[in-house]
Design a protein around this ligand. Structure first.
Ligand code: SAH
Length: 456
């Protein structure tokens, strides 16, 4: 049987693209191997959001050059955000070990490069729905591309304009993947809350969430990543009303000072962002707000950075993805950084990153302590180092121990230890009566994936 190997770096969208490709490759009769050396078909799903990601991929390409010399029949595909309409011709000369360059998310174009497929592949791509044993938590892309033009970001140049998938197609895919065993769905988009504006009838993310929420057997529903300028009150109210929607929202702010937000062309102010957070918190009790921040964007002064630090301490996010700014070719910030008066030196970026991380660690340590002694609902994903690992509604990692198989089930866990990165605790429920259906929060969870209480 012919074999494939996929190597993925980058965001959830890339992971999701790779999952879909995996299903499609199996569909044409290929089977997976752990090492590129053993594969007939090797795919590198690349990321270019920061320079460090590209450096990792270049390292991998170096080792594949050696492979190509010793096994010239191996077909090598460079896929993902490193490949855009702007750079394919440059790559052809620079990367002779690569046989094919394919744009991000284009699963069917990768499949078209597969040598000697055993089965033909001519269906529309709904592959995640066709994975035989999907993971507990799956990502479903709903909108590709990005229409924004944030100063620092290369993604729109690589992923192109926004394209929403038809609502009915997404709903059908969710139904099928849950039927095969998935319990949690995360709807994905670069700007997920821009969903639908390009579709006939202009459905929006709230309409889609409402429709996917009906999926029989679905336990949890999330979406990623929101943009503050697109988040509507209708969406907030919908999440608040629908019980399977989880209390966690990723809302990148990027900087805590209006001058920098303006340079970044983000389209909102700090005041508007804070007002949005207040409205979300008022509507969704216990919601965990998470965010992304870039430090050291060209033009960022100590005063601007201090405003970001103050924001972190004031808003108290459940998670902050902090990145030191890195220049991306073709972006306006990259041009701005060439001017010495705006460029933030490397060491200063790193100092700011570390300082922000320290502040956020203090915030999250304190926030997590609130779970001590509380019983939380954990959707269990897998076993790791002898412990069961899952997440609560706010997406905090939770560990507990038990002999039985909890994969894909909802456990009630009383938290006994907390730290900045995870919570751990013990199973509760031994003393509780059994019933046909166990009430999990305000979600009715069908008995098939709740371990009957009498065995606990
Ligand atoms: N669509 C999202 C961002 C997706 S990219 C949004 O609207 O914010 C994921 C994260 O990578 C961004 O939130 C940003 O914090 C970071 N990032 C993007 N470009 C970057 C760059 N040039 N340097 C450092 N971090 C960057």
């Amino acid at each position: 049987m012919p074999t494939y190997h996929i190597w993925t770096v980058g965001c959830q969208m890339n992971i999701s693209d790779s999952e879909r490709l995996e299903a499609a490759l199996q569909g044409v009769g290929y089977s997976p191997v752990d090492r590129a050396e053993d594969a007939d078909f090797v795919v590198l799903n690349s990321c270019s959001v920061r320079e460090s990601a590209e450096q990792r991929i270049n390292g991998k390409l170096g080792s594949l050059a050696h492979l190509k010399e010793t096994k010239p029949d191996t077909q090598i595909v460079l896929w993902g955000c490193m490949v855009g309409p702007d750079n394919q011709s440059i790559f052809k000369d620079k990367l002779p070990m690569v046989d094919h360059f394919v744009s991000p998310s284009a699963v069917d174009e990768v499949i078209a490069r597969v040598p000697n497929p055993i089965y033909s592949f001519d269906e529309p791509v709904l592959p995640i729905a066709d994975i035989k044993h999907p993971p507990v938590s799956v990502h479903v892309p709903i909108i590709y591309g990005c229409n924004m033009s944030c100063s620092y970001c290369v993604i729109p140049l690589r992923r192109g304009r926004e394209r929403s998938r038809p609502l009915a197609e997404i709903v059908e895919e969710c139904r099928r993947v849950v039927e095969r065993g998935a319990k949690e769905i995360t709807l994905l988009g670069q700007i997920v809350d821009a969903y639908g504006h390009d579709l006939p009838g202009r459905p929006d993310l709230a309409d889609l969430v409402e429709a996917v929420h009906e999926t029989p057997g679905l336990v949890r529903l999330r979406f990623l990543t929101s943009h503050p300028a697109w988040m509507t009150q209708k969406l907030i109210d919908t999440i608040a009303r629908l019980p399977k929607c989880q209390p966690e929202i990723n809302l990148p702010i990027q900087a805590g000072h209006n001058d920098i937000l303006k340079i970044m062309k983000r389209g909102y102010t700090v005041e508007r962002y804070k007002d949005l957070v207040d409205r979300i918190r008022a509507a969704i009790p216990n919601v965990s707000m998470t965010t992304d921040i870039i430090v050291g964007h060209p033009g960022e002064t100590d005063e601007h950075f201090q405003a970001t630090l103050d924001l972190i301490n004031a808003v108290r996010f459940g998670k902050v993805h902090i990145a030191a700014y890195s220049a991306r070719p073709g972006t306006t910030a990259a041009t701005m950084e060439l001017d010495e008066q705006y460029a933030v030196p490397y060491w200063k970026k790193q100092l700011r990153r570390v300082e922000l991380e320290k502040a956020q660690t203090a915030v999250i340590t304190e926030l997590n302590q609130q779970f001590l002694g509380e019983t939380v609902e954990v959707l269990v994903e897998e076993q790791a180092k002898g412990k069961w690992r899952g997440r609560n509604g706010q997406n905090r990692l939770v560990y507990f121990e038990d002999d039985r198989d909890w994969t894909g089930r909802v456990a009630q866990v009383r938290i006994t230890r907390t730290g900045p990165w995870s919570l751990s605790g013990e199973l509760v429920g031994r003393e509780r009566a059994t019933s046909d259906e166990q009430q999990v929060g305000h979600v009715q969870v069908p008995t098939e994936f709740v371990i009957p209480l009498e065995v606990i």
